[in-house]
Design a protein around this ligand. Structure first.
Ligand SMILES: [Fe+2]
Ligand SMILES: [Fe+2]
Length: 396
């Protein structure tokens, strides 16, 4: 086993040989592992009080043990498709009606779809690795007995998620993109912060909220059976993770001063800003010879992006309210000005739907994991976003 430590992640797109035959031919001495080092001042704790509180966290932990699944046995890997077909359904293709896309040959369009899909799945993989490392830190940091056991069960869940996306990329895509700068910046921030509640908050409320929004949007747009099946298993686990984070933080946040609450609310705002817009797509547009600015304009106004943002804000904002971070005048003013308070009264993930979380692991009967957002709110958000865009144009 050779280890090489680097200061920054590799930026190249990695081609993966079909079925990883090359890797399996190499001995462990020949394989080079590239690792990026980070340092963090974790404040860990023992807990000497083993009293078993019979609360929601304990129930979520028991549920996690019961609903363990196995990437090797529970996923039907026959469900991969040929790369001569698009990975997206006709309705799920965000560029399906875009002129620069339609101007390309069918072969080029399918190639373009696979590049975008590969990039998306690579981000899922990197995000899951980040979640795995944060969950392991939470085992040390969580101050209560129930919290430590739950965080350990989450670390195992995240290991399975990494394993699923990694195997899916190896078997179906054969290409891996580097972690996008926005996602990497947030993971770095969470992993290197010494405050345990901020780690828990950043991971369980922000990153998990993003993951649920992105996974559900991707599942609905996908034409690949094995991808939809894997996402179904992964999102079942993520639902428990968000519920844990919000329920655990709800009591703790009451002990924070208004200034400390504001810091967390503005961290959330910055994270949502980094996560809401596409970044890497610009490079893809460029590689296919498109007018990048025109394509970005189309993508920003595209309804599938609005749907993603609605899912993102519809999950995160009600949870921020439940934790008590949307209370001070300063925060309400800033969040209100950009339309985010419109989402505060949607039913939050933390109103745990035990019936849904306890369902057996059988393959999904229907796509039922979307946050339900009233039509008026969706229209309001689109109008708000378009108004801000035209104000920005006028300012230029
Ligand atoms: Fe995960
Ligand atoms: Fe998770």
């Amino acid at each position: 086993m050779k280890l090489k430590y680097v200061k920054k992640q590799n930026q190249e797109v990695q081609e993966i040989p079909e079925q990883c035959k090359t890797a399996s031919r190499l001995s462990t001495d020949e394989i080079e592992h590239i690792a990026e080092i980070f340092k963090t001042p974790i404040v860990g704790s023992y807990n000497w009080d083993y009293t078993q509180e019979d609360n929601r966290i304990h129930r979520l932990y028991q549920l996690g043990k019961k609903l363990n699944w196995n990437v090797n046995h529970d996923i039907n890997w026959e469900g991969i498709i040929s790369q001569s077909r698009s990975p997206f359904t006709r309705e799920g293709n965000a560029f399906g009606c875009y002129e620069q896309y339609l101007d390309m040959s069918e072969e080029k369009r399918i190639e373009f779809d696979w590049v975008r899909f590969s990039d998306q799945c690579s981000q899922f993989l990197h995000g899951e690795q980040g979640a795995l490392i944060v969950a392991s830190q939470l085992v040390s940091c969580a101050p209560t007995y129930n919290g430590k056991l739950y965080a350990a069960s989450q670390a195992f869940d995240e290991a399975r998620h990494v394993e699923f996306f990694n195997q899916f990329i190896d078997r179906q895509i054969h290409k891996r993109f580097p972690c996008r700068p926005g996602l990497k910046a947030i993971l770095d921030m969470i992993l290197t912060d010494e405050r345990w509640d901020l780690k828990l908050f950043g991971m369980q409320v922000i990153i998990e909220g993003l993951a649920l929004a992105a996974f559900n949007t991707a599942k609905a747009a996908s034409s690949i059976p094995v991808f939809k099946e894997g996402i179904h298993f992964v999102t079942r686990d993520e639902g428990r993770h968000v519920a844990f984070g919000v329920n655990y933080l709800e009591e703790f946040t009451k002990t924070l001063s208004p200034e400390e609450k504001d810091i967390r609310a503005f961290v959330a705002l910055e994270a949502m800003r980094l996560l809401r817009d596409p970044v890497a797509d610009q490079e893809v547009f460029n590689n296919f010879g498109w007018d990048v600015e025109h394509a970005m304009e189309f993508f920003r106004d595209n309804f599938s992006r609005f749907d993603f943002k609605i899912q993102l804000f519809g999950r995160i904002i009600p949870n921020l309210k439940r934790i008590g971070l949307l209370e001070t005048e300063k925060v309400r003013q800033v969040y209100g000005d950009i339309g985010l308070l419109d989402f505060e009264n949607i039913t939050p993930d933390t109103d745990i739907d035990w019936q849904s979380l306890e369902k057996p692991l059988s393959y999904m009967e229907k796509d039922d994991s979307f946050v339900e957002v009233p039509d008026e709110l969706r229209e309001q958000m689109i109008a708000h976003s378009l108004r801000r865009r035209s104000e920005a144009h006028r300012a230029v």
